[in-house]
Design a protein around this ligand. Sequence first.
Ligand SMILES: [Zn+2]
Length: 115
Amino acid sequence: MHPKQKQKLEQKKQAKETLMQLFQIAEQNFSKNKQKSDKCAKQIRKLQLKFKIKLPAEIKRRICKKCDKFLKPGENCKIRTKDGKLIIHCLECKNIFRMPYKPKKKTIKKQKVKD
Ligand SMILES: [Zn+2]
């Protein structure tokens, strides 16, 4: 493998780890320091875009696609399921976004390209 390519992969790996850590920090700080959580959410977004990282569903559904705020179900967002989809209602900016909800039987591979 080309050294540069290898370096890039290494960076991406690093970014993924950072991203997971940021998520943890955001989760832990939500009740005591919401601003910090939001900051983390923004950083996660940045990393995701920069390294084109596919976010795990559990993280994806916790960051509003519109306002980039960290979402906590029952606190500042509502999550419902409907027709095999998760409907996430951000109470921060009133945005509603949907995410495929993995059914147990078969996995529906239908994702928006521009995600
Ligand atoms: Zn929002």
